[in-house]
Write a protein that binds this ligand. Structure first.
Ligand code: APR
Length: 254
């Protein structure tokens, strides 16, 4: 494995533009559950169609609101782990690093990554049900006693500004992500099963152009088949070793 990490570091060290595509696996070591783990995944225990769709929210607003409050509680208690910090450190080693994340927890930003595309939105932002008023934070409805809260502008139900099943991804985020997949020199993928489109297509777009694709995952996923290098292991362990190996190639002055 160490030789594979050194090989990956050698190939990444000369890269100008790096895209880093992440999924819930990179937040696993921050104590946040993934989705499709057969035992502990969120979707192994709850029905996503009840909890992560607008229909489910309209059917039972209180249940879905409580579900997101529960997930927000997990996120609030979570700190960036060594994998997030290693990804953030890449910005000191390579000219252009952009994180494209499917995660809604904000941990990449908390770790210091400065260019983060949130493909599936953020649990820290809220909007009204029909999307007319967006970008609210929890402070904007802190004074309301009734839950789910109402839009301060129009009185409609508020909802987390996350992408639910069957919904379009934020257009700007999606366009930027695909532009990056088409233009990056390399894509480092970590912590995603590659089950959910359109995010799962991004590494294939990069690979098809001949960009370097590296996949980090303790288990087999849908990305390894298209990766030039597959580093088998948890992000919290593999990513710091990978970034340290790049740093070592750079020498003390970086
Ligand atoms: N480090 C890296 N990867 C890990 C770790 C870890 N410590 N632990 C688990 N993994 C891997 C799993 O092997 C799996 O391949 O993380 C991946 C998580 O896959 P999913 O649970 O399918 O989550 P994700 O790929 O993020 O799902 C994509 O689906 O439900 C939607 O919107 C949700 O953004 C999510 C999307």
């Amino acid at each position: 494995m160490e030789e594979l990490i050194r090989e990956a570091a050698r190939r990444l060290a000369g890269v100008h533009t790096l895209a880093v595509l992440t999924g819930s696996g990179v937040s696993r070591e921050s104590g946040i559950a993934t989705f499709r783990d057969p035992e502990e995944g969120l979707w192994a225990r709850y029905d996503p169609m009840d909890l992560a769709t607008q229909e489910g929210y309209l059917r039972n607003p209180t249940l879905v609101w409580q579900w997101y409050e529960h997930r927000f509680g997990m996120v609030e208690k979570a700190a960036p782990n060594a994998g997030h910090l290693a990804i953030a450190r890449l910005e000191t080693l390579l000219p252009q690093v952009t994180v494209i994340t499917q995660n809604i927890d904000g941990l990449h930003q908390a770790a210091g990554s400065t260019d983060v595309i949130e493909l599936h939105g953020s649990i820290r932002r809220y909007r009204c049900l029909d999307g007319r008023h967006t970008g609210f934070t929890r402070a904007d409805f802190a004074g309301q006693s009734e839950m789910p809260p109402k839009c301060p502008r129009c009185g409609a139900l508020l909802r987390p500004e996350v992408v639910w099943f069957g919904e379009m991804l934020p257009r700007d985020a999606l366009e930027r992500a695909f532009d990056l997949a088409e233009s990056c020199d390399a894509m480092l993928v970590a912590g995603t099963s590659g089950e959910v489109q359109p995010a799962a297509s991004l590494p294939f777009y990069s690979a098809r152009r001949g960009a370097l694709v590296i996949d980090v995952n303790p288990d087999q996923d849908n990305i390894a088949s298209v990766a030039d290098i597959y580093l088998r292991g948890p992000g919290g362990s593999v990513l710091p070793r990978l970034i340290q190996a790049i740093q070592d190639l750079r020498g003390p002055n970086g």
